[in-house]
Ligand binder design. Structure first.
Ligand code: SF4
Length: 717
């Protein structure tokens, strides 16, 4: 180590894997900089693992494109200039803008969008949500509704809390059935599983098997023992046909606290493996075999993720997956699926709401809220449609919905027409470029971290407190400080304010620091303390997952209703869809549907300013099967136009039999070339936005966007 260098432990909170880090830092104070990042082998969860993004964490900190002071926009579009302003002026401008709209048009006139990084920031958990709550708007949106709302709705219905999610016991399972997930690239999602490649190796070494069902031969499918292509959107039918097989062959053994099993048997009766074959392309015999194999496994786990959730029947598919685990007796069993017991238990301590549905509906289309949020897919119409309750101002927090949500380009046009917009973000991006003011917080390396969310969804019980690795630069603000000050300034400007008692309570809560809040929660947890975690910056191991049912169920009667009315009430819609499929001799007008994909080097919409992960072969292309290309007279590398109901994009195509026939794939989070607008080095990364093709009309029961399986045509450009 060079003289003057020091090593400190840190954490990567870019994704759900929460890998432990070893950082080498040179210099002190404002001169301090991270010169190397490695995985921390002593971390009890990540065990030294690190992906290419983790290595680049210091690049985000050093990125010249990153905002380091508040800015206000002068001019629009390509002519926009960003002027640095002081924090006082910036916060006052934002508070004036938001409070002005609230006073003139009412509480729903301000819309809020929370991007994915909010789930990864301690300050967002402790202060961001409190600030948003203080605004009292029903026009709340987040990246959850283009991602995991079906999981949450089903968990709430079955287990009584939306984040009481069963986690595959990957370190002990002998049969891992993966639907629409790519943990080799993601290291797990709603299953925090850092170092998935080595965990998979261990699974195979002990004689276990992994089977993948996916329309693309993903990195995970390539590492699997068996892979089945499945037509996008048909997962629910496949899963329900497997459930039907369990009943037909007498393979069910649910726990005694599970009710209405016979009702499930009746409901799945129409979903024969033969119907599943016609809808999905997976042979009926294979559907039956998968059900038998899962049932026979000595510890088996079925797990479905974003490719299943972002379909028109995401909730039914997730319900079917829960039925598979429960009916095969793998639920709450070692080697099956179990519930994590985090030191700060957000479920039993009610730190996160249990879940609710349809307490109100969106103004224009009448779509039900879920958990206090409306689907991101209705955001544009709520901004553009005049009338009582119209959104006149937006606050986006660490999000880029123009690239991340359906019909994104038009959403950007809607943002441009707002009376006022503000963003909390470290970049000018496709969304924040429409803001009047951007407030940039410090970066992750400059902030303390305890992962309140993902310790609760991990494949092992662990806890870790990570103090900031780098000092906070003079004049900078942490995210929780921005939320606190903004909340107070907006509140002071409101004509109609909550009672003094409520205001004092809110102020007292915001006055605490994230560290104080975590210390308090740990002190009362009975599991560990902040002091103890301070002595073990690598984290402490609290052991493997354990059976906790039925005691930990949050349902009123501590039992599971396996056929919840809300979820199974969507089955008639699936019957209609299936009948349509069975009536077709071949799918679709052009026979093509679009799916997304994720790469290990990409971090949703925001890592394209970082050169280290954007070197090498381009990965933005449309993937298409060679026979589908040949049918249309298109060659590998040609420029093609992809057209959906809502838009068209032009992009180069790559021939590959890694996608099944009839399916094309674009990665999400690309498309940074916006009419000459300066978005830093991201603009140099080629590619188009998949969400200029996805359709806001295609929704699951839960309001989640059906981003997978969008009908498209492809022709030579
Ligand atoms: S998998 Fe990569 S991005 Fe995710 S936490 Fe680990 S190092 Fe960070």
């Amino acid at each position: 180590m060079p003289v003057g260098s020091r090593t400190t432990l840190g954490v990567c909170n870019l994704c759900e894997a929460i890998c432990g880090l070893e950082l080498t830092i040179e210099g002190t104070g404002p001169e301090a900089r991270v010169t190397s990042i490695r995985g921390n082998p002593a971390d009890p969860l990540s065990r030294g693992y690190l992906c290419p993004k983790g290595v680049s964490l210091a690049d985000v900190h050093a990125d010249p494109d990153r905002l380091r002071a508040p800015v206000r926009r002068v001019g629009t579009g390509a002519d926009a200039e960003w002027l640095e302003i002081g924090w006082d002026e910036a916060l006052d401008r934002v508070a004036d803008g938001l409070a002005g709209v609230l006073n003139e048009h009412g509480r729903n006139a301000v819309g809020v969008y929370l991007g994915n990084p909010n789930a990864h920031s301690l300050g967002s958990a402790t202060h961001g949500l409190a600030m948003v709550k203080m605004l009292r708007t029903r026009n709340r949106f987040s990246a959850s509704s283009v991602d995991q709302i079906p999981h949450q709705l089903v968990a709430w219905q079955l287990y009584g809390h939306q984040l009481l999610l069963p986690i595959p016991d990957i370190d002990r399972t002998s049969y891992f059935l993966v639907l629409g997930a790519n943990p080799m690239a993601s290291n797990g999602s709603l299953m925090t599983v850092p170092d998935f490649p080595n965990r998979l190796r261990a699974l195979k070494a002990r004689g276990g098997r992994m089977v993948v069902v996916d329309p693309r031969r993903t990195e995970t499918a390539k590492a699997a023992d068996e892979h089945f292509f499945v037509r996008p959107g048909s997962d629910a039918v496949v899963v329900l046909a497997m459930v039907r097989t369990l009943f037909e062959e007498g393979l069910t053994r649910p726990a005694p606290y599970v009710d209405r099993v016979d009702r499930v048997r009746e409901l799945v009766e129409p979903f024969t493996p033969e119907a599943a074959e016609q809808a999905s392309g997976i042979a009926a015999d294979d559907v039956r075999r998968l059900a038998r194999e899962l049932a026979a496994a000595d510890g088996g786990a079925a797990y479905g993720r974003i490719g299943v959730s972002t379909t028109g029947f995401g909730s039914l598919a997730q319900w079917g997956i829960q039925c598979l685990n429960i009916l095969t007796g793998h639920f709450d069993q070692p080697g099956g699926v179990l519930f994590t017991e985090p030191a700060i238990d957000f479920v039993t301590r009610k730190l996160i709401g249990t879940g609710h549905y349809d307490l109100w509906r969106s103004r224009v289309r009448g779509i039900p809220e879920y958990g206090g949020e409306l689907p991101a897919a209705v955001m544009r119409e709520e901004i553009e449609t005049p009338g009582e309750g119209q959104i006149h101002a937006m606050l986006t927090i660490a999000g880029n919905p123009v690239l991340s949500t359906p019909d994104g380009k038009r959403l950007g046009d809607a943002f441009a027409g707002l009376d006022f917009m503000a963003a909390v973000d470290i970049y000018v991006n496709e969304t924040t470029r429409h803001a009047d003011v951007i407030l940039p917080p410090t970066t992750a390396l400059e902030r303390d971290h305890y992962d309140i969310v993902f310790h609760g969804l991990a494949v092992r019980n662990t806890a870790r407190w990570t103090p900031a690795a780098l000092p906070k630069p003079e004049g900078a603000k942490h995210d929780h400080e921005i939320y606190r000050e903004l909340a107070l300034r907006v509140q002071r400007r409101l004509v109609v304010r909550p009672s003094l008692r409520t205001r004092l309570k809110q102020r007292a809560r915001l006055a605490l620091s994230p560290r104080q809040i975590v210390a308090g929660l740990l002190r009362t947890s009975g599991v560990t303390t902040l002091k103890r975690l301070g002595r073990h910056p690598e984290g402490i191991d609290l052991g493997p997952l354990r059976p906790t049912m039925p005691e930990r169920l949050q349902t009123e009667n501590h039992r599971i209703d396996l056929a919840p009315d809300l979820v199974v009430g969507d089955l008639p819609r699936l019957h209609v869809w299936l009948d349509d499929r069975l009536a077709l001799e071949q799918p679709g007008p052009d026979g093509l549907v679009l799916i997304g994909r994720r790469h290990k080097q990409d971090n949703n919409a925001w890592f394209h300013n970082i050169e280290r992960v954007n070197r090498g072969r381009p990965r933005h292309q449309l993937l298409m099967h060679p026979e589908d290309l040949a049918e249309r007279g298109i060659a590998d590398g040609d420029l093609v136009t992809v057209t959906s109901r809502v838009g068209a994009v032009t992009v180069d195509v790559q021939a590959t039999d890694d996608v099944m026939r009839g399916v094309v794939s674009l990665p999400h989070g690309y498309g940074h070339q916006v009419d000459g607008v300066r978005l830093g080095r991201a603009s140099k990364v080629p590619g188009v936005s998949i969400n200029d093709l996805t359709d806001p009309d295609l929704l699951d029961l839960s309001g989640n966007a059906a981003l997978s399986g969008v009908p498209v045509t492809v022709a030579l450009a």
